[in-house]
Ligand binder design. Structure first.
Ligand SMILES: [Zn+2]
Ligand SMILES: [Zn+2]
Length: 60
């Protein structure tokens, strides 16, 4: 039996590419994204792009 979960890469919510580094998640809905893209979004909107809950920008 082979588990596929660990090797399966998450796709970024914004650019839809597989995330190989800088993966971040919304703590509420678990959506995955590249950190720089989500950071930019949060700085502009202050919320998660998927669930709309309030998010804080990541510390540098
Ligand atoms: Zn991305
Ligand atoms: Zn969310």
């Amino acid at each position: 039996m082979r588990c596929c979960y660990l090797s399966e890469k998450e796709k970024c919510f914004f650019c839809r590419k597989e995330i190989s580094e800088d993966l971040v998640r919304c703590p509420y809905c678990n959506v995955a994204a590249h950190k720089p893209e989500l950071q930019r979004w949060i700085l502009r909107h202050g919320t998660c792009p998927r669930c709309g809950r309030e998010l804080k920008p990541y510390a540098k």
